[in-house]
Design a protein around this ligand. Structure first.
Ligand SMILES: [Zn+2]
Length: 333
């Protein structure tokens, strides 16, 4: 009986989430397919940002690839946490594994970290570095990632070069509560839990990242990626850093945004990006493959439409994008 009730709720929720997605598409907030934009009247360079889902993106600049929170396994609300190798294959399609210089992980919840150890061990060359919080370091080591390939972002080191042309800066962030004031799977690594349990994937300390594309000693393109609705990372960015080079593109999430007062205006007012990519808007309890096609599946408990309207008021409709999982945006700058 209890199982029937769970199935009924899940079906109802999926239908409702698809309906919301269709509305978002109808008003043009979600566009299918790839996109090309220019951030300069006379661009000299190009990079691309592909959107996986949740906090997951792939940044390609020349022969350098940086992944953030790569995740495709999408266990359902009730199922165990297990890497779906076919789904991971879908997000890795089109990426030359030997180009992957780094995987940056924002925090250690399963929807951000769970596929990264598998990708490190299966796809990446030995030189790829995994940047993750201290809880994530212990999780990755338990999942057999060589500790020499892991960077503990809680050890302050300023900018780290991940290739001749890319440097990254971890920035202390925070994570909003999921239900009421409760944050699920909060706290640090617990050795007595198992990877198949969602509770194994404790959040640890959340981080955002500044990712700079370098032209010699100059920053030619600056990207900021935050994967939880938080005012902390933008407040923690040193003013002098922003004055020296503004943020070209900001990647920020919708999920749980109503739990963070002032967000997203609070972040946009400080960062003032030229363009914003909105992530973590889809229902990641659905299989990844289904999220890449119509009808669009919207995350539960989050008013993506209201968020999109707010974004339109704050930055204008042509200055942000809610990408479909699996789509990419090419940026001339
Ligand atoms: Zn999380």
């Amino acid at each position: 009986m209890r199982n029937l009730l769970v199935i009924a709720i899940v079906i109802l929720f999926a239908a409702c989430s698809a309906h919301k997605g269709k509305l978002l598409q109808k008003v043009g907030y979600i566009e299918a397919g790839d996109k090309k934009i220019s951030l300069s009247p006379s661009p000299k360079n190009t990079l691309s940002i592909s959107y996986f889902q949740c906090g997951g993106i792939c940044i390609k600049s020349g022969n350098d690839v940086v992944l953030v929170d790569p995740f495709a396994s999408n266990p359902s609300v009730v199922s165990k946490v297990k890497t779906d190798t076919a789904a991971v294959g879908l997000i890795m399609k089109g990426i030359n594994p030997t180009d992957i210089k780094a995987i940056l992980v924002s925090h250690s919840h399963y929807d951000h970290l769970m596929d990264a150890p598998y990708i490190m061990n299966t796809y990446c060359p030995q030189t790829t570095k995994l940047f993750v919080n201290h809880t994530g370091v212990q999780i990755a080591e338990r999942l057999k990632v060589d500790s020499a390939r892991i960077v503990d972002v809680e050890q302050p080191a300023g900018f780290s070069s991940v290739s001749g042309n890319i440097r990254v800066l971890p920035i202390v962030s925070s994570h909003p509560p999921h239900i009421g004031n409760t944050k699920l799977y909060d706290g640090e690594y617990r050795p007595n839990t198992k990877p198949a349990q969602k509770s194994f994937w404790r959040c640890g300390k959340p981080y955002a990242y500044l990712i700079d594309i370098m032209d010699g000693t100059e920053v030619s393109f600056r990207l900021m990626v935050q994967t939880s609705a938080s005012n902390k990372a933008s407040a923690n960015l040193p003013d002098s850093l922003l004055k020296a080079k503004g943020v070209d593109v900001l990647v920020m999430p919708v999920a749980l945004y109503s739990k963070t007062p002032g967000y997203p205006a609070s972040v946009l007012n400080i960062i003032k990006p030229k363009y914003t990519i909105i992530g973590h808007w889809e229902n990641f309890f659905r299989p990844y493959k289904k999220l890449t096609v119509k009808p669009y599946q919207v995350a539960g408990g989050t008013d993506v439409m209201a968020f999109a309207k707010t974004m339109e008021q704050l930055v204008g409709k042509d200055k942000f994008r809610i990408p479909m999982p699996g789509s990419s945006i090419t940026i001339d700058y």
